[in-house]
Design a binder for this molecule. Structure first.
Ligand code: UD1
Length: 424
């Protein structure tokens, strides 16, 4: 297993180009399976999860290819509606192929994703909504076996999600666009990645009202055509590099990204004493965060968008570790998303966790240590903490980081971090 050797202390400063969002690219790739003619997707990040989903889709006989940051997809050769366990178990978002298979081809057999380090993460909300649209679903031998009603087409319905679920909203939205009649969905996720998906579906000919709100109304259409689309910038990657500036009295400008995507995070950066400036929009925007001296403590509570994102919780915690005072963090989305805490403590942090709440007492600085990356986004908190500490830190299990951050070493080097990949 590869490791990162990081030699600090570094001041994180400079300009970094942000990639397309992994969490938007995955549902967009799944949605490409709906089209009757070829679709082209630009700004797709080169990440393991993207490769996994492409492999899964290609395994069904679909001609899907990635060249540079562009993916093309032609569904005409599809000859299987099956998503095997060995691929699904490596990436939970594989469940997103269930919606398009069911809606466009009338049947699907998709492995249930297994457990996940940050929580149990069931898919009951996805299945419940498909059943409300007339699908018959059985779970057998670890697989979800789903069939559309007689006639092969899902039926529009009124459905309210029991909780806000990003993947659930995406899966059901993808299915509803080809259902017969109207589907009204309540309590939908409003994350920018859900909006991006809805926008691409509209470009393919779907009829969706209420985009960006919790209530979506979808007028089913008989078919969708291919289109050309570009994945929204990655707001979590953006926030993670900006967080590096706050931890090292640094000055980072992220480009090809937009402040509109991460206002809740930028507000916290400002509350911590950073000067945040931004300009432009969409893929042409930029954000700069700079800070002199130590950050101030803040309180954070993770919530569905437009609340503070759980995927930035660890990075904010790492900044709080260096703050001049005590911060309180409450994780509301996942039950076990504090695995980075023992690792941050190895780097000298003072954190106490009680259930969903973490109390962080700021220390002057981190101290170098060997640590282990835990989950995909949280791992960046360890990288930044190691960069800010004097001396050498070895970070193990960096495959987690590779899943979430494109070209992470070269981007970090460009920002002044001394980092080497140690091949394992
Ligand atoms: C997505 C993101 C992930 C992010 C999360 C929350 C992708 C690929 N991943 O994950 O990075 O951390 O949103 O913003 O986009 N739940 C159920 N039943 C369900 C579905 C969800 O109980 O059927 C629960 C989950 O266990 C969790 C909460 O709802 O506690 C939110 O999960 P969800 O929004 O679905 O997360 P993902 O889509 O898996």
């Amino acid at each position: 297993m590869d490791q990162f050797l990081i030699t600090g202390a570094c001041r994180i400063a400079g300009e970094v180009k942000i990639s397309g969002a992994k969490n938007a690219a995955l549902p967009l790739l799944a949605a490409m399976m709906l089209a009757d003619s070829p679709t082209t997707l630009h700004n797709v990040p080169s990440l393991q999860d993207v490769r996994t989903l492409i492999k899964l889709i290609a395994g069904m006989g679909i001609d899907i290819q990635k060249e540079g940051d562009t993916v093309t997809c032609d569904n005409s050769g599809i000859d299987s509606y099956f998503a095997p366990y060995d691929l699904v178990k490596t990436m939970r978002a594989s469940i997103l192929v269930l919606g398009p298979l069911l809606a466009r081809y009338g049947e699907a057999e998709v492995s249930l994703p297994g457990g996940c380090a940050i929580g149990s993460r069931p898919v009951d909300q996805h299945l419940k909504a498909f059943e409300a649209m007339g699908a018959s679903i059985i779970v057998e031998n670890g697989y979800v076996k789903a069939k559309a009603p007689a006639g092969g087409r899902l039926i529009g319905c009124e459905h309210s999600f029991d909780m806000v679920t990003v993947g659930g909203t995406e899966n059901v939205l993808i299915a509803a666009v080809l259902a017969s009649g109207t589907t009204r969905l309540e309590n939908c996720a409003r994350e920018p990645e859900v909006v991006d998906l809805a926008n691409m579906l509209v470009k393919m000919g779907a009829k969706i009202d209420g985009i960006g709100t919790a209530n979506l109304t979808i007028e089913g259409v008989e078919s969708l055509h291919g289109c050309e689309y570009s994945v929204v910038p990655d707001r979590i990657e953006t926030g993670s590099y900006l967080a590096g500036a706050l931890m090292t009295a640094g000055d980072v400008t992220t480009t090809h990204t937009s402040a509109d995507l991460l206002h809740p995070v930028l507000k916290k950066f400002e509350a911590m004493g950073a000067t945040v400036t931004h300009g432009g929009e969409g893929h042409d925007g930029w954000i700069r965060a700079q800070i002199a001296g130590r950050p101030k403590p803040v309180d954070i509570r993770t919530q569905p968008h437009p609340g503070f994102p759980t995927d930035m919780q660890a990075q904010l915690m790492a900044i709080c570790c260096l703050a001049d005072g005590s911060s309180t963090i409450i994780e509301n989305i996942f039950e076990n998303r504090y695995m980075h805490v023992p690792e941050l403590k190895r780097l000298g942090a003072n954190i106490k966790v009680d259930g969903h709440t973490a109390i962080v007492r700021g220390v002057d600085k981190f101290t170098a240590a060997p640590v282990m990356a835990t989950d995909l986004r949280a791992s960046m908190s360890l990288v930044m903490a190691a960069a800010s500490a004097d001396g050498e830190s070895l970070i193990d299990r960096i495959y987690h980081i590779d899943r979430g951050y494109e070209d992470v070493e070269s981007k970090l080097r460009g920002l002044g971090v001394t980092i080497e990949r140690v091949k394992g």
